[in-house]
Design a protein around this ligand. Structure first.
Ligand SMILES: NC(=O)C1=CN([C@@H]2O[C@H](COP(=O)(O)OP(=O)(O)OC[C@H]3O[C@@H](n4cnc5c(N)ncnc54)[C@H](OP(=O)(O)O)[C@@H]3O)[C@@H](O)[C@H]2O)C=CC1
Ligand SMILES: Nc1nc2c(c(=O)[nH]1)N=C([C@H](O)[C@@H](O)CO)CN2
Length: 230
């Protein structure tokens, strides 16, 4: 049974690269994002347009998966918005980073449980364990996403494994200035912009792993060791 992998937020950048990599490896991928995904044109990728901040759109995705598939190999919660602080932005990020994964995990648990092995992967952020003075709401909602790894890992064991990936820098925003770029690169011991690769490698590891659940995999270039007050 070639049960699909649901990847949320696969219309661009990291999510798109991940969806294409999984599709090229032979997986069926259901890719859910708000916008059309011209870059995700692949015979193994089914594009589903949904605003995951909206419960009705999430329910339509849930209904689609139940009516078209007998199982679900994995859910990768990648959809995200890196928004500045403010009450409206906090609510939006809560809906996307917390409410959507919570709703989808609960509603799709039955499809996951039909698999010999299934996985849920939450794409968090290394700031979720250390905070961020410039993105308080983003870090807080990603921390909630990280916390849910623990709860769902316990709830769905042993057939469904639930793990978190905590990236540092992956891909800088397009159009940033060189000063910001250099400042950002110097925050880690490994001073380069890695791209989607580290996240894709980690997803592949977790999908193949037989003994990982409730784990948090940090991929941050050693940022936590830079400029320590030693
Ligand atoms: N880039 C980096 O350096 C880092 C990234 N991360 C995390 O890695 C993941 C990928 O990062 P990156 O590729 O940069 O993310 P982007 O911000 O570039 O893309 C996020 C994706 O989420 C989708 N999305 C946004 N809002 C919604 C919504 N309401 N409903 C459905 N989909 C939505 C977007 O598609 P659309 O707009 O079409 O809906 C897009 O495909 C994210 O979870 C991010 O937080 C963590 C640390 C560093
Ligand atoms: N959804 C997103 N989350 C994050 C992004 C992004 O572009 N979209 N970017 C970052 C930064 O690269 C940060 O890691 C370094 O400045 C963090 N999260």
């Amino acid at each position: 049974m070639n049960s699909p992998i649901l990847v949320t937020g696969a219309s661009q950048r990291v999510g798109l690269a991940l969806a294409l990599e999984l599709a090229q490896a032979g997986h069926t991928v259901v890719s859910a994002s708000r916008s059309a995904q011209p870059g995700a044109a692949h015979p193994n990728i089914v594009q589903f347009q949904a605003d995951l901040c909206q419960a009705a759109d999430r329910q339509a995705l849930i209904d689609y998966l139940h009516s078209h598939y007998d199982g679900l190999r994995a859910i990768i919660h990648n959809a995200s918005l890196w928004l500045d602080d403010g009450l409206d932005n906090l609510e939006t990020m809560f809906r996307l980073h917390v409410e959507a994964p919570y709703h989808l995990n609960l509603a799709l648990g039955d499809l996951l449980a039909r698999e010999e092995k299934a996985d849920i992967i939450h794409i968090c952020d290394e700031t979720s364990s250390r905070g961020s003075k410039s993105h308080i709401g983003y870090a807080a909602t990603k921390a909630a996403l990280q916390n849910m790894v623990l709860s769902f890992a316990e709830k769905y064991a042993p057939k469904v494994r639930v793990n978190g990936i905590l990236p540092g820098l992956l891909i800088l925003k397009e159009g940033g200035d060189e000063t910001y770029r250099q400042q950002t690169l110097k925050k880690a011991l490994l001073e380069f912009e890695p791209g989607a690769g580290p996240l894709i490698e980690t997803v592949k590891y977790l999908l193949a792993s037989q003994y990982s659940t409730g784990s948090q995999v940090v991929i941050n270039g050693g940022r936590h060791l830079k400029n320590r007050m030693t």
